[in-house]
Design a protein around this ligand. Structure first.
Ligand code: NAD
Length: 498
């Protein structure tokens, strides 16, 4: 059986001591094995990156950007292959995979602007014959650790920016759907990236811990679940590294009584069930303000959910696919069971349904749960499945308090026609990414992405302007070239121009 290996110093390689099965989640079959990197393999990747760094750091930024232009072209040229690899191992439908790839490519496009955003700042004559400037220097060897749910987009949040800023990169993608990520690593080489600048190691905790402890790694970007994000942040920062660790979510949508119901229903369907709810920006809780709007929305959702199609990734008419593993399917079902036991009402039950011919796949049907309350564990925890829970409240303030009191603060949305309410909401809500009649307010590549509270550990967000800040050190240089016949006097007070 094929073993998905690593990409180190421009070469494919593999560890065979430990491997792990990679499934086709639509059928439940094992497709391939993935090599689980040993400490020694990760150290080999770090050594390759360290060796490549001096030359890469000194490569003119326009040349670094040109490789990104070429990489973007190759991603577009091989889009069908990339989407197929995503679909086979993740299960998301090809149109959704194409959306993921496109959002990733937009980060490559942003990185192509490095000659502009790395220009720095210059001030002439800050003192007599003194000039001062700030420049953004690369950190050295940096690492990224990424989740299964966006095997292409999330790595593309990280390495194009890190590389174009002059760093060398080690990526540890998810071991659950590794093929598409390994495939694009090889496109980087084809685009002209020198060996060792980008390295990919597949693996698990052993690989991650090696990256976190090795003194040659200067910074770590992480995206995944909150418990692991917290562990990564604490361990990396304790080892003196710069770290940004993005975690889980529970994204609420407030439905105000004046909202346009048909728009609400259509957009909730995609935002809750698209990608089987396995998005960190998925809307998993709808907070209806007033029973009247709750009843209307639920009735319409019920009808529309009945029309949704789920199944194999290659069938474009499907709305969503399976969840990632059998264990994850069991976890999602346990959450639905617990909501029911704790008194919620299952309006549409996706627990025991499967598309015809895919009975062994890891499918959960779209599920709608009403009468959910904040004390329920299904409300408190991230489900990460095609499950939409409805909480009923009486006022907007009550809805906002629910969101503010929740452990997570990634994304949120308000559906309303009232500009004043929307403005108040966006100004005060304790969440990092806010939509106003926009269900998935994922920032575009030229803004930055990040949540609040326990959805992000660290100070800088992912990609966009914060990405460039994260992957560079600012250095400020103050320079004087004294003229030969002017001697400086001694000065013991703090230098000023007075
Ligand atoms: P995960 O936390 O299980 O895994 C993420 C990465 O961490 C993987 O590369 C994995 O190999 C590694 N890892 C797992 N356990 C580890 C351990 N004990 N020690 C060290 N490394 C470990 O996450 P996942 O299941 O792959 O992805 C889903 C999660 O990611 C969800 O919680 C989702 O909300 C979150 N997510 C967040 C964002 C965001 O931007 N905030 C984006 C996408 C996904």
């Amino acid at each position: 059986m094929e073993i998905i290996g690593h990409f180190i110093n421009g070469q494919l390689s593999t560890d065979t001591a430990r491997t792990q099965a990679v499934y086709n989640p639509a059928t439940g079959e094992i497709l391939k094995q993935v090599a689980i990197a040993s400490k020694a393999t990760v150290e080999e990747a770090i050594a390759a990156a360290e060796q490549a760094f001096p030359a890469w750091r000194n490569t003119p930024v326009i040349k670094r950007a040109r490789i990104m232009f070429k990489f973007k072209e190759l991603l577009e040229q091989h889009a069908d292959k990339i989407c197929e690899l995503i679909g086979l191992e993740h299960g998301k439908i090809v149109h959704d995979a194409a959306g993921e790839l496109q959002r990733g490519i937009e980060n490559v496009e942003y990185a192509c602007g490095a000659p502009e955003f790395l220009k720095g700042e210059f001030s002439k004559n800050v003192g007599p014959n003194i000039d001062s400037w700030s420049e953004l220097q690369p950190l050295g060897v940096v690492a990224g650790i990424t989740p299964f749910n966006f095997p292409i987009m999330v790595p593309l949040w990280m390495f194009p920016m890190a590389i174009v800023c002059g760093n060398c990169f080690i990526l540890k993608p998810s071991e659950r759907d590794p093929s598409s990520t390994l495939y694009i690593a090889q496109l980087l080489k084809e685009a002209g990236l020198p060996d060792g600048v980008f390295n990919l190691v597949n693996g698990d905790k052993e690989a991650v811990d090696t990256l976190l402890q090795d003194r040659r790694i200067q910074a770590v970007s992480f995206v995944g679940s909150t418990p692991i994000a917290e562990y990564i942040y604490k361990t990396a920062t304790a080892a003196g590294k710069r770290c940004q660790a993005l975690g889980g979510a529970k994204n609420h949508a407030i439905i105000m009584p004046d909202a346009d119901v048909d728009n609400v229903v259509n957009s909730l369907l995609g935002a809750a069930f698209g990608s089987s709810g396995e998005r960190c920006m998925a809307l998993s809780v709808a907070v209806a303000v007033g029973d009247e709007i709750a009843d209307v929305v639920i009735e319409k959702l019920k009808t529309e959910i009945g029309k949704l199609k789920f199944g194999h990734f290659a069938d474009k008419s499907n709305d969503f696919g399976p969840v990632i593993t059998a264990e994850h399917k069991a976890k999602v079902i346990t959450h639905i069971d617990s909501a029911e036991k704790q008194g919620a009402k299952i309006v549409v039950d996706g627990r025991h349904v499967a598309p015809q011919g895919y009975e062994n796949g890891f499918f959960v049907g779209a599920t709608l749960i009403d009468q959910v309350t904040p004390d329920m564990s299904s409300y408190q925890q991230e489900i990460f499945g095609p499950v939409l829970q409805i909480v009923r409240v009486s006022t907007m303030q009550e809805a906002m308090k629910l969101i503010d009191d929740h452990e997570y603060g990634n994304g949120t949305c308000i559906y309303t026609r009232d500009g004043e309410a929307a403005r108040y909401f966006s100004d005060h809500i304790q969440v990092g990414m806010v939509g106003i009649n926009v269900p998935l307010p994922v920032p575009v590549a030229y803004h930055s992405f990040g949540g609040w509270k326990r959805s992000l550990f660290g100070d800088l967000y992912a990609y966009g302007p914060d990405g460039a800040r994260f992957y560079t050190h600012r250095k400020t240089i103050t320079q004087r070239w004294p003229s030969a016949n002017v001697r400086e006097g001694k000065q013991f007070s703090m230098p000023t121009l007075n």
